[in-house]
Design a protein around this ligand. Structure first.
Ligand code: UDP
Ligand code: MG
Length: 310
């Protein structure tokens, strides 16, 4: 069969899963007689991830390695894998085997039937704590309310992407990336397959709260200007409320000749409240401005230390 597939696997401190990941992937791909290469990206791990990968690459020339000069993050690693592939389609998959490689043949099947993107939608997530489940659930629902392009809910980066889509993806140089949104934005024929997400094979999550928040903000900010519009609504409502209060205050003042309006407490509450509203608005603005700054510096998204087997 002529069609050639690249499997893209980002890795950050994954020494405990590398071998298992390689074995699960190769056994599925070989059983299904798929023509493939696996591109592992070592995203600046300083454990034995790279050494283990290099051992695999010596034995198996279909194993390719991109080694970053430092940690550039999950989305940068996935981007590097996609950009360095010349295949007819790319499959992006996590290293920790939360995304079952056994779904790949089904993805390829749909792709051969004319779909340019086949994304895997999580029906269930095993081995995540309640906090991640709840925040992720609401994040994807809020995001889909806010954006004009429809970004599928409960969907990660585990997906098959056709060469046509990849060509367009390569033209998008944005820095604070939300790849699942970018692929939706590109369009073409996209289809979902549902799956149950397993728990991590070994090791810990590389997305602590801080990174989750950054990633969520990247998603919202690069696909929606709604937060800015909400600031306008907030401002408009507080001006309206203050006008009513102003009228009330003046009327009462003139109706009673002596100063009857007292109220240190109400004054303080109002000042603190609107002080808070203003700071909040500035910080929302700041999130946008900071990202504009990142874009304008136009630094490369990642730096490659070396490539193996390319
Ligand atoms: N990852 C990466 N760079 C990072 C963080 C994560 O390449 O800075 C990889 C990680 O090795 C894994 C994938 O991205 O293959 C998803 O990360 P993880 O499983 O920790 O995220 P979770 O599934 O907990 O959301
Ligand atoms: Mg994971």
């Amino acid at each position: 069969m002529g069609l050639f597939i690249s499997i893209v696997v980002p890795m950050y401190f994954e020494e405990k899963v590398v071998n298992e990941c390689y074995m699960r992937l190769t056994s599925v791909l070989e059983q299904n007689k798929i023509n493939y290469e696996i591109i592992f990206i070592n995203d600046g791990s300083t454990d034995n991830t790279l050494q283990i990968l290099e051992t695999l690459a010596i034995k198996d020339s279909r194993v390719k390695i991109i080694n970053f000069s430092r940690n550039f993050g999950h989305q940068a690693a996935v981007t590097a894998g996609i950009e360095n592939s010349f295949a007819d389609a790319v499959v992006v998959i996590d290293a920790d085997l939360q995304d079952p490689p056994e779904l790949i043949p089904e993805m390829i099947n749909l792709w051969e039937n004319g779909y340019e993107v086949v994304y895997a939608k999580r029906k269930k997530r095993k081995g995540e704590n309640w906090f991640k489940l709840i925040t992720a659930k609401y994040f994807y629902r809020i995001l889909s309310q806010m954006t004009e392009v429809s970004i599928p809910i409960d969907t990660g980066d585990f997906r098959l992407i056709d060469k046509k889509v990849i060509e367009e993806f390569k033209k998008m140089p944005e820095k604070n990336r939300f790849i699942r949104g970018m692929i939706s934005w590109i369009g073409f024929k996209q289809i979902a397959i549902e799956y149950e997400r397993d728990k991590r094979f070994a090791g810990d999550t590389k997305y602590p709260l801080k990174r989750m928040v950054k990633f969520a903000l990247d998603g919202i900010i690069s696909f929606s200007a709604k937060p800015l519009k909400l600031l306008g609504i907030l401002g408009f409502s507080s001006v309206s409320i203050s006008l009513v209060l102003l009228l009330y205050t003046i009327t009462v003042k003139f109706l009673n000749n002596n100063d009857v309006i007292s109220g240190w407490a109400s004054l303080m509450t109002t000042i603190i409240f609107f002080g808070g509203v203003q700071l909040l608005s500035v910080s929302v603005l700041g999130e946008y401005v900071g990202r504009i700054y990142d874009e304008s510096k136009n630094r490369p998204l990642y730096i490659i230390d070396k490539k193996v087997n390319f």
